[in-house]
Write a protein that binds this ligand. Structure first.
Ligand code: ZN
Length: 327
C-alpha cells in the first residue's frame, strides 16, 4: 500500500504545507482513494501520479473546512475532464448538504457522473470495493470526527483439499468462492468463502486519523494495523499555552498511545503553522520539537509527513519513504 501526502498543515496553509489531503493506492496502481480534501487538494494532485479520472472513492473525516473545502472544486474539475464513472463519497452528516448547496448556487445543475454519498457516521458504515475495505472509528473533536482504517483485500487462494473433502464439485462455484462470494451447493449446503479460501498474503492495513484529542480511542484499531497516520497539531509546551479547547493531539499524546498499542509505524501530520522548517527566519518552533517529543515516548518507525512525499508499506509490512516526490 502507498500513501502520498497532499497537505500536512493544520487549519491554514503555509508556503511549505497545504491543508489536509492524503492519496492512498495499492502499491503502484493508478487507481486511488482520497482521505480528506482541504482547499487546493486538486492543485497538489497536479504534482502526483494520480488523476480525478482514476479516483475510486473519497473519505472525509469531519466537516471542518481544512478537511473538505477542496471537494466541490475537485468534483467540478473531474466533471470538466469528462469523468463518467460514479464517485463514492464517504463522510459524516453535513458533507452531502455542503456539496449539493455549493453546486445548486454555482450553476452546476447536473454532473456527468453520479455522486454516491455514504454516511460514515452511522454505526453500520463500511466501504468495500473488493480491493480495499474501510471502516470508521469515532474520535474526540469539536464536531463528529472519524478515523478510517483501510485494509487491502488481497486475491484469495482456494483451500482445494478442504473443498474436495467437503464434496463441492470443481467448477463455477469454486470460482465464486475464490472471488470472495459465499455459495450454496446443489444439495443446499452453504459454503462460506472465508472458510474455504485464504488471502494470498496477510492483508496490510493503515489507519488514517482525523482531528482528535484522544488518540487512545484508536487503541484496538492500532493493535490490528501495520501503520497509523495521525495529527500532532501541537507540542506539549504549546498545548499548555493555547489550552485544550481546540481538541487536538500533541506529538507526545499520539506517541504514548501508539507505544501502548505496540504500533510498529507512525506518521505524524497536521502540524500547526507555527512549526516551521529549521533555519528559516524567526523560527521559534520547529518540526524538530515535535520529533523530539514523539521520540521520547515512541521507539517504532516514525516519520513526520511532508507535502507530496509518499510512503510505501510493503508486503513484509515495512513502511519506508519513497525518494521521488509525487510517486
Ligand atoms: Zn484540521
Amino acid at each position: 500500500m502507498r500513501v502520498t501526502f497532499l497537505g500536512t498543515s493544520a487549519g491554514t496553509p503555509t508556503r511549505q504545507r497545504n491543508v489536509t489531503g492524503l492519496a492512498m493506492a495499492i502499491d503502484d496502481a493508478r487507481d486511488w482513494y482520497l482521505f480528506d480534501c482541504g482547499e487546493a487538494t486538486q492543485h497538489q494532485l497536479q504534482h502526483t501520479r494520480y488523476t480525478t479520472a482514476r479516483l475510486r472513492a473519497v473519505f472525509i473525516t469531519h466537516v471542518h473546512g481544512d478537511h473538505c473545502y477542496g471537494l466541490p472544486g475537485l468534483i467540478a474539475s473531474a466533471n470538466m475532464s469528462g469523468r463518467k464513472t460514479p464517485l463514492t463519497i464517504c463522510a459524516p452528516d453535513g458533507i452531502e448538504q455542503f456539496i449539493r448547496a455549493t453546486f445548486l448556487h454555482t450553476d452546476i445543475r447536473e454532473l456527468r457522473f453520479p455522486l454516491h454519498f455514504v454516511r460514515s457516521d452511522l454505526p453500520d458504515f463500511s466501504y468495500d470495493d473488493g480491493q480495499l475495505h474501510v471502516s470508521a472509528h469515532p474520535l474526540s473533536h469539536r464536531v463528529p470526527c472519524f478515523a478510517y482504517r483501510a485494509e487491502e483485500q488481497p486475491p484469495r487462494h482456494l483451500l482445494e483439499a478442504e473443498l474436495d473433502e467437503a464434496g463441492l464439485p470443481r467448477g463455477p462455484l469454486w470460482n465464486r468462492l475464490q472471488r470472495g462470494e459465499d455459495v450454496v451447493s446443489a444439495s443446499g449446503e452453504l459454503f462460506r468463502s472465508h472458510d474455504f479460501s485464504r488471502p494470498a498474503w496477510p492483508p496490510r492495513s493503515i489507519i488514517v486519523g482525523g482531528d482528535n484529542d484522544q488518540p487512545e480511542l484508536l487503541h484496538d484499531a492500532m493493535c490490528r494495523s501495520d501503520a497509523m497516520i495521525h495529527e500532532a497539531t501541537f507540542s506539549e509546551e504549546v498545548l499548555a499555552k493555547v489550552g485544550p479547547k481546540y481538541m487536538h493531539s500533541t506529538a507526545a499524546m499520539v506517541a504514548k498511545a501508539a507505544s501502548e498499542a505496540g504500533l510498529r509505524q507512525l506518521i505524524l501530520t497536521h502540524f500547526s503553522q507555527r512549526y516551521r522548517p529549521k533555519g528559516g527566519d524567526h523560527v521559534e518552533h520547529s518540526i524538530d520539537d515535535l520529533i523530539r517529543e514523539a521520540r521520547s515516548y515512541y521507539e517504532g518507525n516514525l516519520y513526520m509527513a511532508e507535502d507530496l512525499h509518499s510512503y510505501q508499506l510493503d508486503r513484509d509490512r515495512q513502511l519506508y519513504r519513497l525518494d521521488e516526490p509525487g510517486h
